[in-house]
Ligand binder design. Structure first.
Ligand SMILES: [Zn+2]
Length: 243
């Protein structure tokens, strides 16, 4: 399977990244985000929750603002200044039309050509069970790319002034066990490390390692994982669905 990943498309200007929790984009995809914003592309983050159930020793009402702050800081490092939260409940996000509608509304507002999300499959590489939040948000995002373009789905959004946007050309799934495409990210690695390290309260609760070292170890391993499949380059790989 040498060099079997195709280069990610680069003929686009706007992307919307939709994930369940603060930190989901920082565990890998942020290196690609940094590379793309360097090239002048506009990327918006949309989070289904504030990650309020993510820190065992911190009750949700305290964790939500901490994690929101950490997410905004992490986004800023990789050139993303717009971060929106849908305020679904962390840990119990329900896949369904309410979630699809919220994501479709964001797609209509931001009119991206590329939508990015995180692994929507049952497992991580057949090894670890995925969380229901990731599965729900990943699937709803893949669905909402179509919903956003159909004026007869969620007609109340049209009433609110959100015209259909049928311009999503691809949905790219990060962390997929079946990647098809990749983007070279060596120039973005240091900022991806800094971006993950911004999730300091979260990482400190998770690991005894220094947050900066923890972030560097994780990101460098992640961007090197597909070297043999992409010209020995540091990359972020995606499973790309065209539309
Ligand atoms: Zn997550």
């Amino acid at each position: 399977m040498a060099d079997d990943l195709s280069p990610m498309p680069d003929d686009w200007q706007r992307a919307l990244a939709v994930v369940a929790h603060p930190d989901d984009l920082e565990y890998g995809a942020a290196a690609a985000i940094a590379t793309w914003t360097d090239a002048g592309r506009e990327i918006v983050y949309l989070l289904a929750t504030r990650g309020e159930a993510g820190i065992d020793g911190m009750p949700p009402e305290e964790a939500a603002p901490v994690r929101e702050r950490e997410q905004r800081a992490g986004a800023e490092v990789v050139g993303v200044s717009t971060v929106e939260f849908l305020d679904h409940r962390d840990g119990v996000i329900e896949y369904g039309t309410a979630l699809r509608r919220d994501i479709a509304a964001a797609i209509r507002r931001h009119r991206p050509e590329l939508v990015i999300t995180l692994n929507h499959r049952d497992t991580w590489f057949g090894v670890a069970w995925n969380t229901p939040d990731h599965v729900a948000v990943g699937r709803a995002t893949l669905d909402a790319a179509g919903d956003a373009g159909n004026r007869w789905i969620f007609t109340d959004l049209v009433d609110e002034g959100l015209a259909p946007w049928n311009g999503v050309r691809w949905v790219a799934v990060a962390g997929s066990e079946r990647p098809t495409h990749a983007v070279e990210v060596s120039a973005g690695v240091d900022r991806a490390v800094a971006s993950l390290a911004e999730h300091r309260a979260y990482i400190t609760a998770l690991s005894d390692d220094d947050p900066d070292e923890y972030a560097r170890t994780f990101v460098e391993q992640a961007v090197s994982a597909n070297k043999a499949r992409f010209g020995d380059r540091q990359s972020v790989a995606f499973e790309l669905f065209g539309r």
